[in-house]
Design a protein around this ligand. Sequence first.
Ligand SMILES: [Zn+2]
Length: 297
Amino acid sequence: MSFSKNVKKELSLIKPEKQCCLCAQTYGLLLFGRSFSSTAVKVLTQSKEAAETYIQSSMDFTGIEPTLIITKSGKFSVKFDSPDDRILVLNSFGHSEKDVILRINRANLEDECCYGAFIRGAFLSCGTITDPNKNYHLEFVVAHKQLCGDLLSVMHDVGLEPKNLQRGNNHILYFRNSEEIEDVLTIMGATESSLELMGTKMVKNVRNKINRQINFETANIARTINASMAQINAIKKIIDKKQFDSLPDELKEIAEIRINNPDMSLKDIQNEIGEVISRSGVNHRLNRLVEIASKLK
Ligand SMILES: [Zn+2]
């Protein structure tokens, strides 16, 4: 199941306790459906749970039951068939069949408690969220410009700052920041999804950290091997040019250790040398070998 469907499933399980919040949720669901006018009051959704909530919430608040149809493509279409029912539904939210431009009637958001319920309803009807493993993106797709502007101002009232764009004929309010998306989910009441998002983010961060560490270590190993190869070539050249015996004892010792142990780190060589020497002392001796070799014709 997609993350979006999961979020909608979680939101559908929330039953508004107060009548004011039931009104706000139902209003959000209906107003942000496919259509909210005297010719059609309907929603089209991929989420079975969102469709069921649309039906249940409508029945609980208006007493009128809309009809559910499953389309050929497997979507859920819910609508009020009778023109009289549609007018009753519009009227119960203070809308008239004569409305020309669709706006949010703030009278349906009685109290602070109602804002979360309203946004939840709107999201169930017109929202989507991308799987946080792929990307951080949550959006509301609204068909009317003024209605989108009104939703934006409701969101501002609860401290949300979505971005705004137009896609085809639709007006989109969207969030791309993981913390903002957590806030939207929490305001709508999707605490579990919000926690899941935080968890995913933590796993992502740890994974990135581990990858950086692995890259760093791989680079280190590559550096060690490259340096070791250069030192071994230098020692071979010194032997070829019959200069090995003329090396000071401490260089002979380290040359023998290196040529027999190409993959030893400086620290390993440090432990192998029979005297107290620092790691940079080891490095210095190896560099002297490379330098001596480079001067040989
Ligand atoms: Zn309320």
